[in-house]
Design a protein around this ligand. Sequence first.
Ligand SMILES: C[S@@+](CC[C@H](N)C(=O)[O-])C[C@H]1O[C@@H](n2cnc3c(N)ncnc32)[C@H](O)[C@@H]1O
Length: 356
Amino acid sequence: MTPEATLAKFREHMVGPARFMNLLSCFELGVIDALRERPGLDAVELGRVVGAKPDAVEQLLHLPVKEGFVAYDPATGGYSLDALADLPQADLDRVLIFMDLVKVTMLRQLYYLTESVKAGTVVGLKEFYGYEGNLFGAVAEHKDLRESWATAMDAGTARVDPWFFDNVEIPAGARVLDLAGNTGLGAINTYRHKTSPGLHVTTFDLPEKEQEALENFRANGVAEHCSFIGGDVFREVPTGFDVVLIRHFLTLWDRSEVLKILHNVNKSLDVGGQVSVLVPVYQDDVREHDSRSVDFYPAFFLGCAMGQGGPQKLSTWSGWLEECGFEVTEVVVENPTDIPADALPLQAVVSARKTA
Ligand SMILES: C[S@@+](CC[C@H](N)C(=O)[O-])C[C@H]1O[C@@H](n2cnc3c(N)ncnc32)[C@H](O)[C@@H]1O
């Protein structure tokens, strides 16, 4: 890379937070909705509609115009949606859910990324919320974090689940444990995608998730087929299951914790029992095209969620499973051309069988 190209890369990083909030603010102010309803409004009219000075609205609109999201007509001074007019609403809704996640759970907390890395805890949560612990504990106490995180988590799960269930075997009538299954969405989706006579799916998560999980099972009409066990994966994983699913969880932890979890899962299964993990992955060479997980996850896990953890290369996930008494039976990685262009991670399913 030439020094000029290196400097251009630095600039890309420098303007990241400014561009992010500039764009989001156009949505939050209602500028984009106003233009959808009444194309052609100028800055003065827009200012009146959204309750802001026209000068500021004009400033904020330069970036979306530069990016081609919004069009500007110099003859009339009017704005209208450009590329945003062609984006399906469901796609825009998903993007805004993840932009909210970035704003609420990342933007402030990452000021303390360096301190979080040194301390091995999320210093930003302590500084801004007085909370000592990780994001998953903080969401129980702080509504803004909970709403933002839970909405994004469910949207991510909803996107990945059809692909995940296409690539995981669940034998008919199996007893399935959805490890760290949160408030039951994974169990409900497992039952729906893999229904067979006798199939039963149990969510295992921290005890405080029980009530909401049971309500979700009832509301979704699967209370007969899904249940909840409260506990801590580092103490013990419940026994009596044929298949253990671990989705969006191993990546929260560093190596030593992942090995403890996998050892406990191994202990809970009979020989031949199956574990299938859904994990974000880095390409073996992170310089390869579509090492998209690198852009977001190291900072998210270290500075916002856990103070540790992050995606790994496929060879690392497989190696850790083997270290804990499993034989890897299947590895499937998402095809970058099949996922939405805004997707933050590249996911993989690694399935393995207990050998020892
Ligand atoms: C990132 S969420 C994943 C939720 C779910 N698997 C999904 O795919 O949507 C992590 C989950 O791990 C749970 N969790 C964290 N520490 C745990 C522990 N020690 N034992 C059991 N569950 C835990 C949290 O309560 C949270 O629901």
